[in-house]
Design a protein around this ligand. Sequence first.
Ligand code: BGP
Length: 484
Amino acid sequence: MSFPEGFLWGGAVAANQVEGAWNEDGKGPSVADVASYKPKVDVTNYAAQWAVSDASIADALATDDVAAYPKRHGIDFYHRYKEDLALFAELGFKALRLSIAWARIFPTGEEDEPNEAGLAFYEDVFREMRRLGIEPIVTLSHYEMPLALATKYNGWADRACVEAFCRFCHACFERYRDLVTYWITFNEIDSVIRHPFTTAGIIESRVPEGQMKQVCYQAMHHQFVASALVTADCHRIIPTAKVGCMITKLTCYSRTCAPEDELVTQARNLENLFYSDVQIRGAYPPLILKMFERNGIHVEMEPGDAEILKAGTVDFCSFSYYMTMTESADPDAERTPGNTVLGVKNPYLPSSDWGWQIDPLGLRYSLIELYDRYQVPLMVVENGLGAKDVVEADGSIHDDYRIDYFRQHIREMGEAIDEGVDLIGYTTWAPIDLVSASTSQMSKRYGFIYVDLDDDNNGTLARSKKDSFAWYQRVIQTNGADLS
Ligand code: BGP
């Protein structure tokens, strides 16, 4: 189990889940700022879990309340980033994945000039990271697009977002050309189908009955085109840049070896991989185009789009990995929740407190599958365990369960590397407790660092180290050799 020299050990966060300061220094409201606290996940209808309406948006914009909209306060990273970066440096981070909140740079998405205060904030953050020897891995779109693009255009359903996104990314490449080498275009670009508003600003109440899939795949095409255009732009402005795509790796096993189960499993895996296919190979897989046709989905592609996709392929493939699931042809098979998906329960795997099935070997399986398919460098940019941590009377937090989770997953990454996978980095989700994407909970804790803040926005925001802090520090110090 040998991690290469220069392996990018680190952690990952997202602006809308850590920064807070939702309306400071010229930032416009983002789609995350109207996401309300929803601790109970409706696993039978994720779209409803994440959906908003024009009415709920109006309600949200009518108040500055932050407790009801936890992504507005995050963990106040916006003001505390120096302290947090110092803790990441103490962990020994080689890299930190973070996102730029689009609405800090272009508050409505369509200003002629970027918001200087927004550009300056991230310049300060990246300079501090460089000073600490931490490589930025920057996600350009991580569930935080300007709300104005959603309300004006119904988000990425409208091709106008392509131009707006290109303008945003161009401003970032120009400003941070000497600070940032690693870029990721869209976080979990495949998730537009599962939560259209969060990923693409699509307001369900505006979509005609039965047209949601059609609108989502059209929005997805616009994001593919935008991803390709900004990848090419990035390479022009920053010749040494490495640009990656990012998918939710939803590895699915067949519930049994019955061919019927294998067939539905194959279809589910191909539907997940097609998003990285388009961004790495530069074209839609023919079977997916046929799937569109058979389902009456007509994705409007403009002349030149095929050439744009071909010219804007990415340099590496990154993905989030939390769990695996199974699939079955049996409509009555027992299902269990995962990361915004509902899979058939795997009787051989344990589940997290939120029902996500824990599968370290599945990470090795996924790495081998992706590397064999693409032969480009891979990066695991999200992997972690959301859990209810307990603070002991003396302030300590014994998160052995989290150490076990990471120990097993890191071990399997080492095995994959020994089998020949070109894995260049691993950023855990998340090094510090933050606001959960799906539920807006603080109580679903991921960090090596505890943040004193609860689901009602009560707390001192003080940071403290869990047992896993020293453990991960040693893993990094020994380049993955000491997992004890
Ligand atoms: C991924 C998102 C991350 C993170 C993670 C954990 O889909 O890219 O933003 O939130 O999920 O999910 P959750 O926060 O819902 O527990």
